[in-house]
Write a protein that binds this ligand. Structure first.
Ligand code: PLP
Length: 219
């Protein structure tokens, strides 16, 4: 069996230097996260507000927490003080809540785009994302950093590649609509199973859990 250090090194070696690695640490213990931190990792991704709130105070303050789960409006006030980047913004109403809870600070977000065939995955379609960016003046404290998406869970690499390329194309088109196009620089796509395909399609950030930490066991 491989060690955490070996798996981490293999994932790092597979990434071009320009791609940010977010280590997805949902269900992982504080000790496991600390061990990866000690190997040099600083960007971690969490899906559940309560889990993030439990773990963050126990871990080094220079960790950059990415909130990658589905965010409910009732949880925005708990997540914003901890999150470096919120990946799952999927409605104007959620942005209203983010603006309200920003406390005068800038909040960095990604718009989540629905690219998969499954209808269980959250996200905006292209038209909705465009409408949101055109209305950006409603949310002066929100910094639009880019897009996030999840491909269909399938072995069919042609389907996955096509979805990633579609998202990359949308990312380029929407950049021009962002209030600060130079900040609209993050394309969050790719997980343990499909990171190479995502990178080939232009991903700038991958969210990898299993390939680093091993199989997740849900309590
Ligand atoms: C859990 C999760 C990941 C990581 O998935 P792995 O297959 O373990 O790499 C990435 N992104 C999101 C949104 C997730 O929920």
């Amino acid at each position: 069996m491989s060690s955490l250090a070996e798996r981490f090194a293999a994932v790092q070696a597979s990434l071009p230097p320009t791609v940010t690695l977010v280590a997805v640490s949902k269900t992982r213990s504080v000790a496991e996260i600390q061990a990866l931190y000690d190997l040099g990792q600083r960007d971690f991704g969490e899906n559940y507000p309560q889990e993030l709130r439990n773990k963050a105070p126990e871990l080094p303050q220079d960790i950059r927490w990415h909130f990658i789960g589905h965010l409910q409006r009732s949880n925005v006030k708990h997540v914003l003080p901890l999150a470096h980047l919120v990946h799952g913004i999927d409605s104007a109403k959620l942005l209203d809540e983010v603006e309200k809870r920003a406390g005068g600070k800038s909040v960095e977000v990604l718009l989540q785009i629905h690219i998969a065939q499954e209808n269980t995955k959250h996200g905006l379609d292209a038209q909705e994302a465009e409408t949101v960016l055109q209305a950006h003046q409603r949310w002066p404290h929100v910094v639009f950093r880019g897009l996030m998406g999840m491909a269909t869970f399938t072995e069919d690499t042609a389907v996955v590649s096509q979805e990633f390329r579609g998202l990359a194309g949308l990312f380029e088109r929407l950049k021009a609509l962002a209030p600060t196009p130079e900040d609209f620089d993050t394309l969050s796509m790719g997980m343990s199973g499909d990171a190479p395909l995502a990178i080939a399609s232009g991903s700038t950030l991958v969210r990898v859990g299993t390939a680093i930490f091993g199989t997740r066991i849900y309590p």
